[in-house]
Design a protein around this ligand. Structure first.
Ligand code: ADP
Ligand code: MG
Length: 253
């Protein structure tokens, strides 16, 4: 994609659960080469928006366009095939498998939806290609020194990084992260922020859904603030930091 071009366009997105409006008509764009932060207090609708954009849930109204295609209500595997990779708010690694196996499984499941899941059932050439792809993804995040260590042996911060490697292995154009900083210690957050900056410098586009405002402030290019399912504010980190309504929403939430 050309830097600055709109990759993802969300228009009037809405999700109701019975009478509850979790997301009530949200619009924003994600442009190629940027990190967009989608923030808000607990219950603001961040995870629901994430699910609507990644194909995990269908909106009750509104539109999602990705790379020019109308993907409203498209399932997660179609989004993945179009180049959207996601991580999970709660780490979904397989602790008793190695780092390499975890990444291979991710690349396999996301990128090749037509094949049966699992590394079994691959022919030798496919497995070799997948392994090389997974090693490249581990190298990009700095976890290639110990590819055969067990995922369960990693500290939480490194598990989050491994999740990102798994997303990168599918060779996405947009990575969508749900609260990657949650539960991390200060140094782990700094390392994670450093990695995301590096990925941006390589041209990756990132939609960062995150509760932790300080983590987002020092990292992203633009911020969209959700509160009670609607867009409360949009702007640069400096603009958002100075916005009294945003401070109020966070203090109240
Ligand atoms: P956030 O991620 O910003 O904390 P969520 O998107 O998880 O917010 O939730 C937004 C609102 O929607 C909350 O009031 C939450 O309780 C509600 N909600 C989320 N998912 C469901 C669901 N599957 N069924 C009913 N209510 C839901
Ligand atoms: Mg959430």
């Amino acid at each position: 994609p050309t830097p600055g071009e709109t990759l993802l366009a969300v228009e009037g997105l809405e999700k109701r659960f019975g009478g509850l409006v979790a997301v009530g008509g949200v619009s924003f764009d994600v442009r190629a080469g940027e990190i967009l932060g989608l923030i808000g207090p607990n219950g603001a609708g961040k995870s629901t928006t994430f699910n609507l954009v990644t194909g995990a849930q269908r909106p009750t109204a509104g539109r999602v366009r990705f790379r020019g295609a109308d993907v409203t209500g498209a399932p997660a595997r179609r989004m993945a095939a179009l180049g959207l990779a996601r991580t999970f708010q709660h780490v979904r690694l397989r602790p008793s498998m190695t780092l390499l196996e975890n990444v291979m499984l991710g690349a396999h499941l996301r990128g090749r939806a037509g094949l049966v899941a699992g590394a079994l059932g691959l022919d030798r050439a496919e497995e070799t290609a997948l392994r090389a792809e997974a090693m490249r993804a581990l190298a990009r995040v700095g976890l290639d020194a110990t590819p055969h260590a067990l995922a369960g042996s990693l500290a939480l911060g490194q598990q989050r990084v491994l999740e990102i490697a798994r997303a990168l292995a599918a060779d996405p154009v947009l990575v969508v992260l749900d609260e990657p900083a949650a539960g991390l210690r200060r140094l782990e957050k700094q390392a994670l922020a450093g990695l995301l900056r590096e990925l941006r410098a390589e041209g990756m586009t990132i939609l960062l859904v995150e509760h932790d405002m300080e983590f987002v402030m020092g990292l992203v290019d633009r911020i969209v603030v959700l509160d009670f399912g609607v867009r409360l504010a949009e702007g640069t980190p400096a603009e958002i930091r100075a916005d009294a309504r945003v401070q109020e929403a966070y203090l109240g939430g």
